[in-house]
Design a protein around this ligand. Structure first.
Ligand code: HXC
Ligand code: NAP
Length: 267
């Protein structure tokens, strides 16, 4: 598919940008000419990601749960590549667990990564954003608006991310900073789908029943939307939480329920 954006001279930073959907976003910005920085916890992931991003890409180890680590990564990113034009906050954690099978720490770890981590990333980036003109993109999930079993922690965290994005758009709009969120549907070949519904493959009848466009999404589908939101083409788009899900409108609950049924005997 020939979708072209030009981000030459611009700096894109992607937290959680070393694997999966977020790496796909970082790669798309790099191909479009941006100077790219990616950050996540594991050095091996950082090294592997940077090797795919072309000359000059910066990879940093940072844990979004640790505000000082986020601040340090952002300072290094800005010192290396200059003011940040596009900031993507996509770090996340997930596992299937019902509330009765979840400790307080298990619930908290997902909230800490997905929601508090998004706060750390945005709050610490503000000083480094190019103002006016910068754009923030949060990566949320359908669980924010659709109840799914064994996803209470993710649902709570991502619902918080959605509303955080909307409030931030109000507060930072006057400085010329746009804030949006992307809610991907089922994206093929990702850790998220492997953890949630590993038996679902592109072309399955269950999937076709859930997704009107009849296929799983690709990381490129999400990257295209991220590039649109980060570009001047979206200069009047802010405070939006946009699904990129083939029309599924969050109707993924049957898929998750099926995955759980396949893994555990009925009670
Ligand atoms: C119950 C669990 C559990 C499970 C972990 N815990 N897995 N509880 N069921 N399956 C509990 C642990 O026992 C512990 O609680 C607490 O969670 C923290 O676990 P740690 O392993 O110490 O945490 P940590 O090493 O920080 O790892 C964080 C993680 C891990 C979230 C648990 O899975 C991770 O790093 N994930 C990153 C990659 C990822 O999840 N990608 C998918 C994103 S997809 P106790 O009480 O024992 O201390 C996504 C949405 C997809 O976000 C939507 C698709 C439609
Ligand atoms: P993924 O490959 O596991 O991506 C998660 C990334 O976050 C990894 O690069 C991971 O790298 C990083 N990360 C995790 N914890 C971190 C922390 N504490 N600090 C910094 N980085 C951290 O999963 P994915 O499936 O591509 O999902 C990417 C995003 O899309 C997530 O926000 C997810 O909620 C969302 N999403 C996915 C789907 C789907 O179908 N897959 C659907 C809807 C929404 P390290 O391990 O190196 O830290």
């Amino acid at each position: 598919m020939n979708v072209q954006f030009d981000f030459s001279g611009r700096h894109a930073v992607v937290f959680g940008g070393t694997t999966g959907i977020n790496l796909g976003i970082a790669q798309a910005f790099a191909r479009a000419g941006a100077r790219v920085t990616v950050a996540s916890r594991k050095q091996a992931n950082v090294d592997a990601a940077v090797a795919t991003l072309g000359d000059g890409a910066l990879g940093l180890v940072a844990d979004v749960r640790d505000e000082a680590s986020v601040a340090s990564a952002l300072a290094q990113a800005a010192a290396t590549h200059g003011p940040i034009d596009v900031l993507v906050s996509g770090a996340a954690g997930n596992f299937l667990a019902e509330v009765n099978g979840m400790s307080s720490n298990a619930f908290k770890v997902v909230v800490d990564i997905d929601l508090i981590g998004s706060f750390h990333v945005a709050r610490q980036a503000y000083a480094h954003l190019r103002k006016p003109g910068a754009s923030i993109i949060f990566i949320t999930a359908p669980q924010a608006v659709v109840a799914m079993p064994h996803q209470a922690h993710v649902g709570a965290a991502k619902a918080g991310v959605d509303q955080f994005a909307r409030v931030l758009a109000l507060e930072w709009g006057p400085a010329g900073v746009r804030v949006n969120a992307i809610s991907p549907g089922p994206i093929q070949g990702t850790e998220g789908m492997q953890r949630l519904a590993p038996q679902i493959q592109d072309g399955d009848a269950t999937l076709r029943a859930i997704v009107p466009l009849g296929r799983m999404g690709t990381t490129q589908d999400i990257a295209h939307l991220a590039m649109f939101l980060g570009s001047d083409a979206a200069s009047y788009v802010s405070g939006a939480v946009i699904a990129c899900d083939g029309g599924a409108q969050g109707m993924l609950t049957p898929m998750i329920s099926g995955a759980i049924a396949a893994q555990a005997p009925a009670r």
